[in-house]
Design a protein around this ligand. Structure first.
Ligand code: SF4
Length: 366
């Protein structure tokens, strides 16, 4: 297969669905970790074509969704300062903080700019030496190399007015947190292909073995997703639990060594709070001591800012696969994409936004 259309071939989709149907004999709960995969499943209607024994639950792999509310409030506090140019990817601007979002900071005169790369933020800092330029460095292992590169570049060029508000998270510790929870329902994982393109999948065999769950590295097109599901169901039915790569055109076991070295030269593993889930040990990237001068939290003294979540939002249960978005009482009522209560309804990758956009019906779970 060479072209994208081939990964959406209807005949092949039907054949894979038939194959899954032919081998499944019991109920299985499989989590796709990545929000991009959630949207792809719903966009193509694959979730509704699966045999009823295969239940998909949607994982915490949406960086906007798992960025804690207080981190949004910190961004808003920094962006509201007259001496700051605050830069971010566009999807963070609509995420509501405790009282407002970054768009409203901009509407009230704050200098909030959308950038397409953190290196652009470094350039803005160089062009504005009398202003402080802050980049909102959120995301999984996929965005970490570019963000690390921006910090390296700022250090090498001596750009002193650049800093980063870091909220990076890592996938494997989140998988372990889900699997070790007493209320866990997940029996198999589809691992996110783009994360594995950077990190490889050498961290997954120990997880598959320890918790006895299949972990299948999967891409984002219908054929990729169904091949991933087929491999996971095949393992589950056979009582096997190994890490397997169904995205071989993009992912190697060891990943991209150069990107990993760049990450590790700037960041180190730290404990990180996940929105709705709580603190997960060693689940984030934080700046190494030698780069601490670029830490916006310290520079602007917002480290200790705390925030209170909406009591209506059950994003934590959704991100752990315990409930579906339609199981939230606020879904489509108090919470819509026009007036979101929680990040999963704001983000382009959020499960709640996907259910709303693709009109999934109300489903209740015990
Ligand atoms: S529908 Fe809204 S309130 Fe409910 S979990 Fe999703 S984001 Fe939170």
């Amino acid at each position: 297969m060479k072209f994208l259309d081939e990964y959406r071939n209807p005949a092949k989709v039907k054949s894979l669905l038939r194959e899954i149907e032919s081998i499944v004999t019991r109920n299985w709960v499989i989590m796709e970790i990545c929000g991009g995969q959630t949207h792809a499943f719903l966009h193509h209607g694959l979730d509704e074509m699966l045999p009823p024994q295969v239940e998909l639950v949607h994982g915490p792999g949406c960086p906007v969704c798992v960025t804690p509310l207080e981190q949004i409030d910190k961004a808003i506090a920094i962006a509201s300062r007259p001496d700051v140019i605050f830069t971010s990817y566009g999807d963070m601007l609509r995420v509501p903080g405790s009282s407002k979002d970054l768009f409203s900071v901009r509407a009230n005169g704050g200098d909030v700019r959308v950038v397409y790369s953190p290196l652009e933020a470094v350039q803005i800092a160089e062009a504005n030496p009398d202003r402080q330029v802050v980049f909102f460095a959120i995301g999984f292992e996929t965005t970490a190399p570019a963000n690390a590169m921006a910090v390296l570049q700022a250090k090498n060029k001596g750009v002193k007015n650049f800093s980063v508000l870091v909220s990076h998270v890592r996938v494997p510790p989140a998988m372990e947190a889900i699997l070790s929870s007493k209320s866990n329902r997940v029996q198999g994982f589809l691992a996110a292909g783009h994360v594995c393109a950077v990190m490889g999948f050498h961290e997954y065999p120990p997880i598959a073995e320890k918790y006895h769950v299949p972990v299948v590295v999967t891409g984002f097109e219908p054929i990729d997703l169904l091949n991933g599901l087929l491999a996971a169901v095949r393992q589950l039915e056979a009582g096997e639990a190994v890490a397997e790569n169904q995205y071989q055109r993009a992912v190697r076991f060891e990943g991209n060594a150069s990107a990993q070295n760049t990450i590790r030269s700037v960041f180190q593993s730290v404990d990180r709070k996940w929105r709705g889930i709580g603190l997960i040990p060693q689940s984030g990237w934080g700046l190494r001591p030698e780069f601490i001068e670029f830490d916006a939290e310290k520079r602007f003294d917002v480290e200790n800012l705390l925030a209170q979540e909406s009591p209506l939002c059950i994003a934590g249960e959704i991100l752990q696969g315990l409930k579906k978005p339609t199981g939230c009482a606020a879904f489509g009522r108090e919470c819509t994409p026009q007036s979101p209560l929680g990040a999963p309804m704001v983000s382009a990758e959020g499960a709640c936004a996907a259910y709303y956009r693709y009109h999934r019906e109300l489903v209740t779970y015990e």
